[in-house]
Write a protein that binds this ligand. Structure first.
Ligand code: SAM
Length: 190
């Protein structure tokens, strides 16, 4: 397969942006797959902050990290829209898997308004050359509203400061997920 699948491409983008020793953010810890991936990218001298609003997700993530003997990660039971309360340092990259936690309550979903607040805060913290990757699932109840809110916001960002990419297979059925990636190319004025 020459065209990378959405999740593979998300990882590829994160690998381009994050180096050993840096700080990364998982905005939606869920079952901890991305948190583990980021923790391996930043290595033992780096750090990962992972957020989730559900205790079940925090526990699943902590279990996965323990299984893999990961010690460079902080898992936070709070919304990603509060990220600026927890992180003041420069970050190298961030990832979000929007939607609901597989195997859990499908009514607990990420929401456009809070996702947008998190992106705004992360763009301030992001290094120039850093990337925020959003994997947008929109087939579930509420998913299309969040998709549209996020697309409206990211389309309005100044191209002088942020390059915004959409990566999507357009001939797949059943609302396949797609990627929106934001690369910061210039500091915002204070
Ligand atoms: C699609 S799942 C994430 C899957 C995860 N990346 C993995 O590797 O398993 C989305 C997660 O976002 C969480 N979530 C919903 N609203 C949130 C918010 N405001 N802040 C942080 N996490 C949130 C849900 O609880 C759910 O676990």
């Amino acid at each position: 397969m020459k065209l990378q699948r959405v999740l593979q491409y998300a990882q590829h983008l994160l690998m381009q942006s994050i180096e050993e020793g840096e700080i990364a953010v998982d905005g939606t810890a869920g079952n901890g797959h991305d948190t583990l991936f980021l923790s391996q990218l930043v290595g033992e001298n780096g750090h990962v902050y992972a957020f989730d609003v559900q205790q079940q997700a925090v526990d699943a993530t902590l279990n996965r990290l323990t299984e893999h003997r990961v010690t460079n990660t902080t898992v936070i039971l709070d919304g990603h829209e509060k990220v600026a309360n927890y992180i003041q340092q420069e970050i190298a990259g961030a990832v979000f898997n929007l939607g609901y936690l597989p195997g859990a309550d499908h009514t607990i979903i990420t929401q456009g308004n809070t996702t947008v607040v998190a992106i705004e805060q992360l763009l301030q913290l992001l290094k120039v050359g850093g990337i925020i990757v959003l994997v947008i699932y929109h087939g579930h109840e509420g998913g299309k509203k969040e998709r549209d809110d996020v697309l409206q916001f990211v389309s309005s960002l100044s191209q002088k400061h942020v390059h915004v990419l959409r990566y999507e297979f357009i001939n797949q059925k059943n609302d396949p997920p797609f990627i929106v990636a934001l690369e910061k190319v210039k500091l915002f004025q204070k």
